[in-house]
Design a binder for this molecule. Sequence first.
Ligand code: ZN
Length: 153
Amino acid sequence: MAVYSIVKIGDPGDSVLREKASTVKKITPSIFKLLDNLKDTLYEANGVGLAAPQIGISKRVVVIDVGEGLLELINPEIIEYSDETELDVEGCLSIPGARGEVERYSSVVVKALNREGEEIEIAGEGLLSRCLQHEIDHLYGVLYIDRATRMLE
Ligand code: ZN
């Protein structure tokens, strides 16, 4: 287990933040290690979510903890979106010092694999919904600044 340095915009190697991450084909010990390292790095940074590309690993793996316990998601994808959206302020550990208003679906349902390789579904609303959408965006090389309707000072 280890705390990684988070790849930030402007760093050498920041192009990983713009790549489409690859699907995990098999859950091996290296995926367990990746999950552990993401968790340690997330908690060290006091974040609510972290995607593998943010530590330089272009795989479809994210961890999230919005205060309701750790979620480890492998190959997550959004399978349901609410009709309603909400506008709120977001930041990103890869873009220090910035915040912006982003419109997101109020609730989403995400399908993923857990570390046991079991298919799970997570229904999120509020902060969890926002965080799921933000982290899954990272897996497509999309950053919240691409979606922000307004950046804040
Ligand atoms: Zn982010």
